[in-house]
Design a protein around this ligand. Sequence first.
Ligand code: EPU
Length: 306
Amino acid sequence: MLEAVRQWLSPETVLRSNEPLAKRTTLGVGGRARWYAEPASVEDLISLKHAAAETGLPVFFLGRGSNLLVMGGGIEVLVIRLQHRRWRQVDMLSDGCLRAGAGVRLRELCGEALRRGLAGLEFLEGIPGTVGGALRMNAGAMGGWMLEVVESVRLVNGQGGETVCRREDLHYGYRHCRELRDACALEAVLRPPGRAASEAIREVLHRHQEHRQATQPREPSAGCIFKNPDGDSAGRLIDHCGLKGTRVGDAEVSPVHGNFIINRGRATSGEVVDLVRRVRDGVWKHARVELEPEVLLLGAEWEDLL
Ligand code: EPU
């Protein structure tokens, strides 16, 4: 069915089968997607989504591949990635807002804000994600949340309709947004909270970078594995329970920050899942806190694995 839709797609749209995913994630583990597409237009995106729905193939929207654990083997899924240049543009609007495509990397967005003297987006620098992924997960760091700086989001919803949601209409919280769960964000209009001299913005960026470098590992990882429980830090708990450095194969709880699982080289998704289980069990045994994974899983459901 996906093969049949190819003839209707623009020549710039990429459609491949059996695509290896490990190299498209920051953790670097996992198998292949049955289908993989990089649509060059909204029309192609919608056609692909419909074709997948007709064959009962689930669709997964992939961003920068952080905050994601891909299972091994072949995964019956259509992975869609907004990588074409039309999704990677940032424009300044006349009212002082920035319009950013879903494929724009957060680092590029921060660079653009810096050049234009727009302050308040600095917390996003250093999150290894795209605008689309950050919207879907309501990515956050240094006390800031992606959806707090959003004016509106253009998206293709679960039914395949294109629509614009204003921030007031979105139901979001810590690392989730109801309207974006099954949708594909196409672009967002962001309202930077203020203006400042480049030097002042650069100083904030440096402060965040220093904090990150001092407290987070450099090795490949998916970012924080667990959500922070109310009023505490999962990293602090894991550390407190003496679980840093625990290793299964090449997957290891980072000795730098307890909430990161790092890939020491040839880790597999099975090893990572095993380690997630061990850490979760350890924290439950020692601290009676049930940690919930933050990282999305592709190819299985956390509740079936934990
Ligand atoms: N801590 C420890 N040991 C550790 C890790 C942390 O004692 O191994 C302590 C720290 O000393 C600090 C407290 O726990 O007192 C909080 O640590 P940190 O500032 O590193 O923040 P976090 O709550 O662990 C959150 C986000 C990160 C984000 C940082 C910085 C979550 C799950 N994590 O981490 O986001 O970068 O704040 O703002 O919300 C992510 O979501 O993937 C992520 C990396």
